[in-house]
Design a protein around this ligand. Structure first.
Ligand SMILES: [Zn+2]
Length: 269
């Protein structure tokens, strides 16, 4: 197995064969998931991965406030110092159910995200307010906001108005299920790259996820996408078959691709 850590300061444009990139993101990083996330990081390190994008929720499920969890904050600073990227991932990761929602909206917000698509249909002002307080919490926890350049909405669901708010709050990029959006340009630039992700809440979803991710991986390898993305969630690690598959994918992909964070990938685009 080969391993190469991308270093933005030494990056050179490819001459001839150019290996693609691999970004590993770990979602829903919060005090209650810290222990599992550390296990995920340890397992990935065994495969040679030294940096992930950690998607942090500042007020997870309205119960876990970043500023009231000093041990978690200390651990998060350690992760950042080790080379992991901190990404803002919503505010509370919850979306209240509204009355009289249509079938499509119910499918997206209740079945697909189980009520966690917080930024799915926010107005510009609502989104901007949540982004502002999210940044404030990170700043109060001692993080340098200049180092936090990405915002990723829970379940990648981001209304157009909310995307505009993300741009106006100064974030350099966001991601959706199907790609990465460079917000530094007007109009924003969409880089196509579907994220691999597992759905683990039922046995049939886990079985289907394994098949679907194999298909996506083969498609990405065939088309030689410049960027391959793998999104992992803490519950994935409760299921040995999913954990084993994810680690096997990482080992396989690292033979041809360079691992980096989203922030590093943005620097080279
Ligand atoms: Zn999430």
């Amino acid at each position: 197995m080969s391993f190469q850590r991308f270093n933005a300061s030494t990056f050179q444009p490819c001459q001839g064969f150019c290996p693609g990139s691999l970004v590993l993101s770990i979602h829903d990083v919060a005090p209650s998931t810290q222990e599992t996330v550390q296990k995920m990081i340890d397992d990935l390190r065994q495969c040679g991965v030294s940096c992930c994008s950690l998607l942090v929720v500042p007020h997870y499920h309205k119960k876990e406030s970043l500023t009231r969890a000093p041990d978690f904050v200390k651990w998060l600073h350690e992760k950042q110092n080790e080379g992991h990227e901190i990404v803002l991932h919503g505010w509370a990761h919850l979306r209240p159910v509204a009355l009289n929602e249509g079938l499509w909206k119910r499918l997206m917000t209740q079945c697909y995200t189980r009520g966690e698509g917080e930024f799915y249909d926010l107005s510009y002002d609502e989104a901007r307010e949540k982004l502002k307080i999210g940044k404030q919490k990170l700043e109060q926890a001692g993080f340098d906001l200049k180092m936090i350049t990405g915002f990723i909405a829970p379940a990648w669901l981001l209304s157009r108005e909310a995307e505009r708010a993300v741009t106006d709050e100064g974030f350099s990029y966001t991601t959706r299920l199907h790609g990465v959006i460079d917000l530094r340009k007007a109009p924003p630039i969409f880089h196509r790259s579907q994220s691999m992700v597992y759905s683990v809440s039922a046995a049939w979803r886990r079985g289907l996820s394994l098949l679907w991710n194999e298909f996506l991986l083969r498609r990405a390898e065939r088309k030689v996408w410049p960027l391959l993305r793998l999104g992992l969630h803490p519950p994935d690690w409760r299921h040995p078959a999913i954990r084993k598959h994810a680690l096997a994918v990482v080992s396989r992909v690292m033979q041809r691709r360079v691992v980096m964070t989203y922030a590093e990938w943005m620097k080279k685009t």
